[in-house]
Ligand binder design. Structure first.
Ligand code: AMP
Length: 281
């Protein structure tokens, strides 16, 4: 596995991979790797002839400098996990490599970035698109793989790629879960053992919503099924619940009659957990 710390080293590794193997699939991450990230790498290996990953904690997507500073870092462990998963090359740049002195260019999906989670975390999605655009221009992959768990992020990236004509095919990967249904996340380790048990409430609530949708119930009934399950878990506090049109993330009418995305966030033990579900009529 090649470790590339500069734009130039990455470009030359990718040139060689394209020449020797063919199509490159790219998996951007911020490290603190877990099995969810490995699901993305498996998908990348399936669609591409070689896999390039990146490990870059992007300062511009954090609202508070302290969150950026305390983000878990374990480069050695992350690199070993990439290597074991069969990654061909890893881009692991310093902040100054991605954001050189005097840089001033941003990329923003002006509507999608400033709704839903984008209201609670102003500037977050602008930071995501700004870094992903830069990473795409460095790696120049044929495919790029993202988790459906970060549902709004996936839609924002799809829109950026479409609008700016990036020659990259975006692939979404279903959320990888623990056997009891909890979506894997580096945040799960911050839960107490009681909190960890309570955390299944997110997938239970989404299952209840799916049942209601299958039986043709309205959006209000789907919403109330979720709220009831969350209210039944004493350790859980509902953070956000958005039931929206799947691609545009715009509000829906009363009926469940089109592709719908549910974005759920719940706080347990002071840890904000997210999960998502797509429903098709
Ligand atoms: P992060 O390192 O948190 O920026 O996440 C990197 C990528 O991993 C993003 O595309 C996430 O959506 C994806 N991801 C995180 N958790 C999971 C999971 N449990 N299953 C699948 N993909 C995930």
């Amino acid at each position: 596995m090649q470790i590339c710390r500069s734009v130039e080293a990455c470009r030359s590794a990718v040139r060689a991979l394209k020449c020797e193997k063919g199509h490159v699939a790219f998996v951007p991450t911020m490290g603190a790797l877990h099995e969810g990230h490995m699901a993305l790498i498996e998908k990348a290996r399936e669609v591409g002839d070689s896999v390039v990953a990146s490990l870059f904690i992007n300062p511009t997507q954090f609202g508070q400098a302290s969150d950026f500073e305390t983000y878990p870092r374990d480069e050695e462990r992350d690199l070993a996990m990439f290597e074991a998963a069969g990654v061909d090359a890893v881009l692991i740049p310093d902040v100054s490599e991605i954001y050189p002195e005097g840089n001033e260019t941003i990329v923003e999906t002006t509507r999608l970035a400033n709704m839903l989670h984008g209201i609670v975390r102003p500037g977050h999605f602008r930071g995501v698109t700004t870094v992903v655009a830069r990473l795409f221009n460095i790696v120049q992959p044929d495919f790029a793989v993202f988790g459906e768990k970060d549902y709004q992020q996936l839609q924002v990236i799809r829109r950026m790629v479409r609008d700016l004509h990036f020659p990259v095919e975006i692939i979404g990967v279903p959320t990888r879960r623990a056997p009891d249904g909890l979506a894997l996340s580096s945040r799960n380790t911050r839960l107490s053992s009681e909190g960890r048990k309570a955390a299944t409430v997110l997938s239970r609530a989404l299952d209840a919503a799916t049942e209601r949708a299958k039986s043709g119930q309205s959006i209000a009934q789907i919403r109330s099924a979720i709220e009831t399950v969350i209210a039944g878990e004493p350790l859980a506090e509902l953070g956000g619940l958005d039931i929206v049109e799947a691609q545009t993330l715009e509000p829906l009418g009363a009926q469940f009659d089109r592709p719908t995305a549910i974005m759920l966030s719940v706080e347990i033990d002071g840890v904000l957990l997210i999960d998502q579900r797509e429903l098709y009529p």
